[in-house]
Design a protein around this ligand. Structure first.
Ligand code: LEU
Length: 491
C-alpha cells in the first residue's frame, strides 16, 4: 500500500479545498432542516444560546482534535484509531471511536437520505408550480400527502443514495473535491437572497425575537442534550466523518484557522436558515414546533408568493439537496475508506455501504406512514386545565393510536402522548448518544494520551498559550461538559 502524504485514498488539493469539503460536510440538512425545527420544538432563544455554547465549549475543540487525529493517522478512522492507540499506549477501548463512528455513519446515512429525498420531491413540486399562490393549508396538506406514500419516499431515498454513491465511488479528488467546489458557493448566494425576502415579511421581528430572546426557564436537561447532540451533528464530529476528511488534509494547512472558518460558516448558515424560516412561520400563523416538516411547510408559502417564486423555490430545494449531498458523502467515507484499506475496490465498498444504509432507511420511510404509531419510550402525561403535569408514565413500547384511544375521558384533564418512531429513535441514538460519546472519547484521547509534543507538532497551533488552552479544553472542559449534559439529559 502506498504511504506517501496522500496515502491510499488521495489528498485535498489545498487548504481551501479542505475548508470547502469540511464545510460541505458540516453544512447540510442539519443546518437548514434540523436546526430550525429543533429550535422550534425547544422553545427558541434559550435553545439557540445553548447550541452556540455547545459549539464553543465542545464543538470547536473536539473538531480540531478529530481532524488532527485523522491527519496524523492518514487512514480510515478505524485503522487510524488502531494505530494511534498503539502508538500512544492508550487502552484498546479507544479503537471503539472508529467502530462506533462507522456504525453511526450507517444509521445517519439511512435516515439522512430519506429526508434528502424530500428535498428532491420539493424541487420537483416547486418547478411544477404546485405552490403558486399557496397558503399554509395547501403547503401542510401537500407535505402530509408526500409522507403518506411509502413508495414515493422509497423511490426518493433510493435516488438520493444513488447520487451519493456515484460521487463517493469516484474518489476524493475527482468526486468529493470537484463536487463541493461548485456547489457550496451557490448555496450561500441563495441563502442570502432568501434572507432578503424574510426581512420584508411582517413576522420578521417576531421571528428574530423567537430566536434571540433569552428565556432561562426554557432551559431543560433534555433540551441541553439536544443542543449538544446538534452541535456534534452539525459539525459532523464524533463519528469519524471529519476524521476521515482530516486524513486527506495536507500537512501544512493550519488546523486552528481552518476549523474556525468551518465552524463559523456552519453556524452562520444555521442562524440565517432560522432567520428565514421563523419570520415565514409567524407571518403565516404557522406553528414553530411543527417538527421535521417545518421547512417543507413554510418555505413553499414564501416561494409561492414571490414573482418567479417557482423557479427560485426549485433552485433552493436543489441547493438544499446539494448541501445534503456533500454531507452524505462524508458520512459514508469512514466505512468506505476502511473497506478500501481492507482490499475492496472503491466501487465495491460504495455499493456495500450505500446498500446497507438503503436497507436500514426502509425503517425510516415507514416511520412516517405504515408504522408511524409503533413507538418506543412513549411518555403519557396527564395535564390539568392550567397545563400542569399531574401524572406521567412511561411505556417502553406502545401503539400510540391504540394508547390514545384507551385513555379515559376526564373533565378538565388533557393528555400528552410522546414517543419515538423508528426514525426518531435512530436520530436520538446517533445525535444524542453516539456522537457526543464519540466526541468525548476523542477529546480524552487527544487530551490525555497524545503527548503535548505530538499535539504541538501535528497541529502547529501557536502561540503556546493557545495550545495549552486547547489541551485544557480537551482534557477537562469538553469531556466534563459533555458528561454533565449527557447525564442530566438522560435523567
Ligand atoms: N453536518 C451534517 C449536517 O449538518 C450532518 C453530518 C452527520 C454529516 O447536515
Amino acid at each position: 500500500m502506498s504511504t506517501g502524504e496522500a496515502g491510499v485514498h488521495g489528498i485535498w488539493r489545498g487548504r481551501w479545498t479542505f475548508i470547502l469539503a469540511a464545510t460541505g460536510s458540516a453544512v447540510g440538512l442539519g443546518n437548514i432542516w434540523k436546526f430550525p425545527y429543533i429550535t422550534g420544538e425547544n422553545g427558541g432563544g434559550a435553545f439557540v444560546l445553548m447550541y452556540l455554547l455547545c459549539i464553543l465549549v465542545a464543538g470547536i475543540p473536539v473538531m480540531m482534535a478529530e481532524i488532527m487525529m485523522g491527519r496524523k493517522g492518514r487512514r480510515s478512522p478505524i485503522h487510524t484509531m488502531q494505530n494511534l492507540t498503539h502508538e500512544f499506549k492508550a487502552p484498546k477501548a479507544f479503537i471503539g471511536i472508529g467502530w462506533m463512528g462507522a456504525a453511526a455513519g450507517f444509521f445517519i446515512l439511512s435516515f439522512y437520505s430519506v429526508i434528502a429525498g424530500w428535498t428532491l420531491a420539493y424541487a420537483g413540486k416547486m418547478a411544477a408550480g404546485v405552490f403558486t399562490g399557496a397558503g399554509p393549508e395547501v403547503a401542510t396538506a401537500s407535505f402530509a400527502a408526500l409522507l403518506a406514500s411509502p413508495w414515493a419516499l422509497m423511490a426518493l431515498h433510493t435516488l438520493f443514495l444513488l447520487l451519493t454513491g456515484s460521487i463517493i465511488a469516484l474518489g476524493v479528488n475527482r468526486g468529493l473535491e470537484n463536487g463541493v467546489q461548485m456547489l457550496m458557493p451557490a448555496l450561500f448566494v441563495m441563502l442570502i437572497l432568501l434572507f432578503g425576502y424574510a426581512l420584508t415579511t411582517p413576522g420578521f421581528t417576531q421571528g428574530w425575537n423567537f430566536m434571540f430572546s433569552f428565556e432561562p426557564e426554557k432551559i431543560t436537561g433534555t433540551s441541553f442534550v439536544v443542543a449538544l447532540g446538534h452541535a456534534f451533528f452539525t459539525l459532523s464530529i464524533g463519528m469519524g466523518a471529519i476524521m476521515a476528511y482530516g486524513a486527506y488534509m495536507p500537512k501544512k494547512a493550519s488546523l486552528g484557522k481552518t476549523v474556525l472558518a468551518v465552524a463559523l460558516l456552519d453556524t452562520l448558515v444555521a442562524l440565517i436558515a432560522g432567520l428565514i424560516i421563523f419570520p415565514i412561520v409567524f407571518s403565516n400563523g404557522l406553528e414553530p414546533g411543527a417538527g421535521p416538516g417545518l421547512i417543507f411547510q413554510t418555505l413553499p408559502i414564501a416561494f409561492g408568493s414571490l414573482p418567479a417564486g417557482n423557479l427560485i423555490g426549485a433552485v433552493f430545494f436543489v441547493l438544499v439537496l446539494v448541501a445534503a449531498w456533500t454531507s452524505a458523502i462524508s458520512i459514508a467515507e469512514p466505512a468506505v475508506a476502511w473497506a478500501v484499506e481492507k482490499g475492496f475496490s472503491r466501487i465495491q465498498a460504495t455499493v456495500a455501504v450505500c446498500g446497507l444504509a438503503w436497507l436500514i432507511g426502509i425503517g425510516t420511510v415507514l416511520s412516517f406512514n405504515v408504522i408511524s404509531d409503533k413507538q418506543v419510550f412513549v411518555q403519557v402525561k396527564t395535564l390539568d386545565s392550567q397545563g400542569e403535569v399531574l401524572h406521567s408514565e412511561l411505556h417502553w413500547y406502545a401503539d400510540v393510536a391504540a394508547l390514545k384511544a384507551s385513555l379515559p375521558v376526564q373533565e378538565e384533564r388533557t393528555y400528552q402522548v410522546e414517543g419515538k418512531t423508528f426514525f426518531g429513535m435512530l436520530d436520538f441514538l446517533t445525535s444524542n448518544i453516539m456522537m457526543p460519546l464519540g466526541g468525548m472519547l476523542i477529546a480524552l484521547f487527544a487530551g490525555w494520551f497524545m503527548t503535548r509534543k505530538s499535539v504541538a507538532d501535528e497541529s502547529r497551533l501557536q502561540p503556546s498559550w493557545l495550545l495549552s488552552l486547547w489541551r485544557f479544553m480537551l482534557r477537562v472542559v469538553s469531556p466534563l461538559a459533555i458528561f454533565y449534559i449527557f447525564i442530566s439529559g438522560l435523567l
